[in-house]
Design a protein around this ligand. Sequence first.
Ligand SMILES: Nc1ncnc2c1ncn2[C@@H]1O[C@H](COP(=O)(O)OP(=O)(O)OP(=O)(O)O)[C@@H](O)[C@H]1O
Length: 249
Amino acid sequence: MDIPALRVEGLSKAYRPGDRPAVDGLTFTLPRGATWGLLGGNGAGKSTTIAMLLGLLTPSAGRVIALGHDMATDRFAALARMNFSSPYIALPHRLTTVENLRVYAHLYGVPQAERRIAALVEEFALGDFASRPAGQLSAGQKTRVALAKALINRPALLLLDEPTASLDPDTGDWVRGALERYRAETGAAILLASHNMGEVERLCAHVLMLKGGRVVDEGSPAALLARYGRDDLEEVFLDIARGRERVPA
Ligand SMILES: Nc1ncnc2c1ncn2[C@@H]1O[C@H](COP(=O)(O)OP(=O)(O)OP(=O)(O)O)[C@@H](O)[C@H]1O
């Protein structure tokens, strides 16, 4: 039987008892080798979802099965084959780019770590600031180091929270290409939370539209465009955010 990259069942989180849940009964199955998008306005529950998928935040209810491992009971087996990048989690700022990559390579037990680091320095063009402390890098440079860190253990499941948010359009485009290549070469699955509709249209086979912690619509970008009678995902997003009815089929 083919084990999906991620199975999420009835996942919910209320930060305080009695609060409206930030994530409310999320259920989906991410197949291996697919890139899916998690879209939603500010406060829709994307980061809370990703934090629960990584086991950083304990769900109030529901289950996460990552690469066949239940995150509640068998988290470390899954985490060894997962990785992530998030603008909310800083790299140790006194360590240089390469020292950071060495620390993470060690944590993940990456074989032939120096070769892997050299390949990532090359791929993400980190050479100019390889010996500079992470705390002295620009936001865009930090993002590239964080993405290199996210790929260090060749993860089978990659969770990306706003992976290109601080990048200029050219670098953002190039990072999207690198992610596509990584997925094509390794068959990894990627879940991507993003506000960038162009990015989601380009990378994602399927999109979950979140509002108030719930999936209010989902489908391939093409199916969503057709369903709402729109030309781009930005318009679909605005329709959903503003509660406009979809165009009748
Ligand atoms: N640590 C926390 N304590 C209490 N409430 C929180 C906490 N973190 C997030 N929330 C609330 O949970 C809800 C979902 O927030 P979350 O950060 O998951 O949304 P998001 O979709 O990632 O938003 P954004 O696009 O703004 O990053 C929001 O109402 C937010 O205020």
